[in-house]
Design a protein around this ligand. Structure first.
Ligand SMILES: *Cc1c(COP(=O)(O)O)cnc(C)c1O
Length: 436
């Protein structure tokens, strides 16, 4: 047998011998859509090239961080300069303050912030802080929202209302998730019942305001308003997990979108990641001074990290935030995203393929369904084989979207109208093959 000329396949085989499933994070393995993952050789602007040298228009952008596209000159320069001055010190640096100032400037709900290295770490630490600050144990999360892979957050709904969740992963003891209540997204009645029965024990309600881990599903305004009211009324903290939406859907993040629609609206705590690191391992959580000063070394809630506030990562994040703060950045990014979504919708309609889509800033989602879903159960009504066909059709044509129907998509400032037009034409060709 002649050796494979597909270098992606060769690398995947080599990887599988050493790394479980051949990947260092599960969704990269293409399990949901089948086939061989593209191994990335390099990337520039809106494109990456795989191990076969094939160019792809990239709508994942490292799952959100690459909002400027790959290899933005100002970011590259900042990272190179920072690297020359040292990789890590385990001692404070001025740039950590600059990044904190830059983040706080755009988020009125955040007075103080702590930098960490991953969204998982930030969400896990936020839960500990919320429990420490309130002296309560219980947390609410919603089905279909992802907050990283800390034990207490790997939970699915039990049967029926107000039952405690079940672990979604082996290795998570049932005792660890017994304090996690899992509710249906956008279900006001369930939310009210949960607070009515357990309100005095709830430390926090954690939510992705625009959920990007069940494709793209917005919390409705009445639902979000009720989340805020019930948390306030019962002394629980409202935690926005904006690891994905933060500095991605707007400069003021998703909280500014809800703040514009609901007078006086603010979350108590905010979890950040992805864009604030610009592609480097960096995340954060923040909120009012009185809560944040519960953290060690000032307060009793322990939290620490050897690489937290890493000097190269902070340089990358800071340079990224400076670029996206420029006038009209989000205006133009939103227009680009809208043009993609409208183009795809037009092509699907013309070919008679059911298609519903939504977008905010540089984030979008679409479903091969007649109407937008409001919760996880409705998202899962999507036909997986149809999605897999669309995914591979696009991949063949050099368009790279998330390899699973429950993931959001991302447009960067580097995507041109030409890229969008090419994407829409590719989608049109695939939609023709999707008609039943
Ligand atoms: C990506 C993500 C996380 C986890 O962040 P990691 O850096 O992958 O640990 C948490 N919450 C949300 C909403 C995310 O999208």
């Amino acid at each position: 047998m002649t050796p494979s000329t597909d270098r992606n396949q060769t690398l995947f085989d080599r990887a599988k011998a050493l790394i479980p499933g051949g990947v260092n994070s599960p969704v990269r393995a293409f399990r949901a859509v089948g086939g061989t993952p593209a191994f990335v050789q390099r990337a520039q602007g809106a494109y990456f090239w795989d191990a076969n040298g094939k160019r792809h228009i990239d709508y994942i952008g490292s799952w959100g961080p690459m909002i400027l596209g790959h290899g933005h000159p100002a970011v590259l320069e900042a990272v190179q300069k920072a690297a020359m001055d040292g990789f890590s010190f385990g001692a404070p640096t001025e740039r950590e303050i600059e990044l904190a100032e830059e983040i706080v400037k755009h988020l009125p709900s955040v007075e103080m912030i702590r930098l960490v290295s991953s969204g998982t770490e930030a969400a896990m630490s936020t839960i500990r802080l919320a429990r420490g600050a309130t002296g309560r144990n219980m947390i609410i999360k919603f089905e279909g929202c992802y907050h990283g892979h800390a034990d207490a957050l790997l939970v699915k709904a039990g049967s029926g209302l107000a039952t405690f969740g079940h672990p979604t992963s082996a290795g998570v003891p049932a005792d660890v998730v017994q304090h996690t209540l899992v509710l249906e997204y956008n279900n006001i009645q369930q939310l009210e019942e949960a607070f009515a029965t357990q309100g005095k024990d709830i430390a926090c309600l954690m939510i992705e305001p625009i959920a990007g881990n069940m494709n793209f599903v917005r919390a409705s305004l009445p639902f979000m308003k009720r989340c805020r009211e019930l948390c306030t009324q019962h002394g629980a903290l409202l935690v926005f997990d904006e690891v994905m939406t933060g500095f991605r859907v707007a400069l003021g993040s998703a909280q500014s979108v809800y703040g514009a629609a609901i007078p006086g609206f603010k979350p108590d705590l905010t979890v950040l990641g992805k864009v604030i690191g610009g592609g480097m391992p960096l995340a954060a959580f923040g909120g009012p001074r009185a809560i944040m000063e519960q953290l060690s070394p000032v307060g009793p809630v322990y939290q620490a990290g050897t690489l937290s506030g890493n000097p190269v990562a902070t340089a990358c994040g800071l340079a990224t935030l400076k670029e996206i703060s420029k006038p009209r950045f989000f205006h133009e990014l939103s227009a680009r995203t809208k043009s993609l979504v409208d183009g795809l919708k037009g092509a699907a309609d013309a070919e008679g393929v059911p298609f519903a889509a939504d977008h905010e800033g540089g984030m979008f989602g679409f479903f091969l369904l007649e109407a937008l879903p409001a919760n996880y159960t409705q998202v899962m009504k999507s036909e997986a084989p149809k999605f897999a066909k669309l995914f591979h059709g696009l991949l063949d044509r050099g368009v790279y979207i998330a390899p699973a129907l429950y993931e959001a998509g991302f447009v960067s400032a580097a995507h041109t109208e030409g890229d969008i037009a090419q994407t829409v034409e590719a989608a049109r060709a695939v939609f023709k093959t999707l008609k039943a």
